[in-house]
Design a protein around this ligand. Sequence first.
Ligand SMILES: *[C@@H]1O[C@H](CO)[C@@H](O)[C@H](O)[C@H]1NC(C)=O
Ligand SMILES: *[C@@H]1O[C@H](CO)[C@@H](O)[C@H](O)[C@H]1NC(C)=O
Ligand SMILES: *[C@@H]1O[C@H](CO)[C@@H](O)[C@H](O)[C@H]1NC(C)=O
Ligand SMILES: *[C@@H]1O[C@H](CO)[C@@H](O)[C@H](O)[C@H]1NC(C)=O
Ligand SMILES: *[C@@H]1O[C@H](CO)[C@@H](O)[C@H](O)[C@H]1NC(C)=O
Ligand SMILES: *[C@@H]1O[C@H](CO)[C@@H](O)[C@H](O)[C@H]1NC(C)=O
Ligand SMILES: *[C@@H]1O[C@H](CO)[C@@H](O)[C@H](O)[C@H]1NC(C)=O
Ligand SMILES: *[C@@H]1O[C@H](CO)[C@@H](O)[C@H](O)[C@H]1NC(C)=O
Length: 671
Amino acid sequence: MIRGMLLGIIWMIYCVCSSFQQETRFVYNNFGQAGNQLHLDGGARILPRGGVLQLTNATLRQMGHAFFQQPIDYISSESVSFSTHFVSALLPAGEPSGHGMAFVVSHSTDFSHAEATRYLGVFNTSSNGSISTRVLAVELDTSLAPELGDISDNHVGIDVNSAESVLSVNASYFSDKKGRMIDIKLLSGDPIQVWVDYEGTTLNVSMAPIDNQKPSRPLLSSTSINLTKILQGRRMFVGFSGATGSIMSYQYILGWSFSKSMASLQNIDISKLPKAPRTSSKKKPTSLVLDALLGLIAFLVLGLLIGAYLYRRNLYAEVREEWEKEYGPLRYSYKSLYKATKGFSRNEFLGRGGFGEVYKGTLSRSRELREVAVKRVSHDGEEGMKQFVAEIVCMRSLKHRSLVPLLGYCRRKHELLLVSEYMPNGSLDHYLFSHERSTLPWWRRLAILKDIASALSYLHTEADQVVIHRDIKAANVMLDAEFNGRLGDFGMSRLYDRGVDPTTTAAVGTVGYMAPELTTMGPSTGTDVYAFGVFLLEVTCGRRPVEPGLSAAKRFLVKWVCECWKRSSLIDARDPRLTEFSSQEVERVLKLGLLCANLAPDARPSMEQVVQYLNGNLALPEFWPYSPGIGVLTPMALSPAPPAIPSLSLSSSSCNSSMFITHSVLYGSGR
Ligand SMILES: *[C@@H]1O[C@H](CO)[C@@H](O)[C@H](O)[C@H]1NC(C)=O
Ligand SMILES: *[C@@H]1O[C@H](CO)[C@@H](O)[C@H](O)[C@H]1NC(C)=O
Ligand SMILES: *[C@@H]1O[C@H](CO)[C@@H](O)[C@H](O)[C@H]1NC(C)=O
Ligand SMILES: *[C@@H]1O[C@H](CO)[C@@H](O)[C@H](O)[C@H]1NC(C)=O
Ligand SMILES: *[C@@H]1O[C@H](CO)[C@@H](O)[C@H](O)[C@H]1NC(C)=O
Ligand SMILES: *[C@@H]1O[C@H](CO)[C@@H](O)[C@H](O)[C@H]1NC(C)=O
Ligand SMILES: *[C@@H]1O[C@H](CO)[C@@H](O)[C@H](O)[C@H]1NC(C)=O
Ligand SMILES: *[C@@H]1O[C@H](CO)[C@@H](O)[C@H](O)[C@H]1NC(C)=O
């Protein structure tokens, strides 16, 4: 018991004594609160962010010192020894870079006579080697000064009173794990741990990367250091010095622990250390990977942008040639049409005509919105396109209230786009043949027939040149907002001749509406009159010219209407859905239809006459169902043969004649 108490008292006394002996020890996990405990000069300062101690910044020929303000005194009974551990980071500010820094043990903190550059802010030319310098330094030297015996630009050295090291070695550390030395790059910007231990006459220097333990073997070990002799006394100051020269670097101390003995050295909490500000362009391997990744991303983004650009360019690509310049105002950009139709969206789809798909579009030209119909006509060849466009454009000059006006066009590769006025009520065939829509009353049908007759008469006679429509049928008759009939698609069948749509060259026009002489003589006003005759019957009877599903007697409209007449029940041929009508009018229209559909072209009336018959201004000529050519079916209707298009070279159109090389749509007015 007494022995125990005695041992305790001895232990307490030992502790008190040792605490007296080792009172000087400190640890900084950052320097945020160390401002008044450190003596700073030159470029040295504590960065407010993170409390990093900066020795030098990227300034030329700069020094910086940071010393622990309190001197470290050793009483005479005490052996002079110390142990320190610090973490530094050296960042280059260019390539090549920096001079390095040193841990300094000195008799004073006054380094005003020191030089920067190769003397690390510790020595000067005359103090080289002089014992009056009274300095021990452990240098982390990042520049090669051969005159000072430097071994490389990346070495650690022990300096005694001189910038010329007594001992130096390339920066590296002993890896206990791998059992060998591993190189360290001082100027990497990465934090580096350094340990300096002095005891007796031995000075050991160790270093390691931040995530390593203190190596079991020191990097440098000098056994002939007598610190009392160097300092010429038992009082010393400890701190750091850094210097730049003509080349610069940032030098930082992130954490520091010091003690008079290795045993009482406090640990630096690595996890609490601040990060060295990264202002350098120095690349770590990881940042190289990061850069590569960023580069890749940038590359991908660029690729995407280029792709998008090319896609857009391709999306809006057009074919525009020199000769089209004169049609400038008629030319629509594909982009505007693409936008007008919301990218030719299904929602804007109006229908499929004989020549392509039709879309509704809303164009905003000169701030006013205009509804248009855009027809996309695909074609294979550029051949004939010029003439076709010329004709289409020329047809723009055709103006009649019962024609669907063509507004303009756009050309792309393999595609022609025709812009015309939008007809809100669609095409007539929908009303005639669709059971979903209400039946058109007779008075409306008659009005539409009159509209179309007058439009066709205009094309045949009143326009500047004779225009053959070539494809009159209910599907090509459009209805405007007031339900007026408007003839559309005129001249479109011209596309066939141009070989624009080779799949349909078999039929110029539509089976059932084609006059028999079409195959031999080619299109003429007479063939239009024939088709109009069929159209008259179609509208009045509310059925298609050829209905393959019906019995042979009823199958062909022309024949069947004539049969009805022969049975003296012509009125029975009418659309059975018609309720209010004048049988006189219906019969007159049916007879006119048969007259127009006469087998013999010469026996057909002209369109001018047809207009007068329809309006009742002219009495129909006398004829019977048994008259020659009346109600006679054409072989054409049964077996459509590829028509031979004769090349009729008639000139003298008032449109620029150079545009018309072969004529079958636009004839000279002499015809
Ligand atoms: C470096 O520090 C000095 C003062 O210590 C200052 O005048 C200079 O602007 C700093 N340079 C840079 C690049 O930060
Ligand atoms: C070198 O430094 C010492 C003090 O360390 C000083 O006395 C001396 O004047 C300095 N010499 C020069 C040339 O600056
Ligand atoms: C420094 O002093 C050593 C002798 O201690 C001498 O050999 C060396 O040349 C000197 N170096 C310089 C740069 O003055
Ligand atoms: C130190 O490193 C340099 C290259 O950085 C090399 O040329 C030199 O031989 C090394 N010295 C020693 C002692 O390993
Ligand atoms: C220095 O290192 C050696 C081993 O290389 C070791 O025996 C010695 O105790 C060390 N001295 C100090 C003061 O750390
Ligand atoms: C160190 O030098 C001092 C005087 O400069 C001397 O008294 C002491 O014995 C020396 N110590 C050793 C271990 O050589
Ligand atoms: C015809 O179009 C006009 C204008 O868009 C519309 O008000 C009317 O209802 C349409 N008529 C029919 C039968 O769809
Ligand atoms: C035909 O071309 C001439 C010039 O070559 C021009 O003056 C005339 O207006 C053009 N006619 C038509 C209808 O485009």
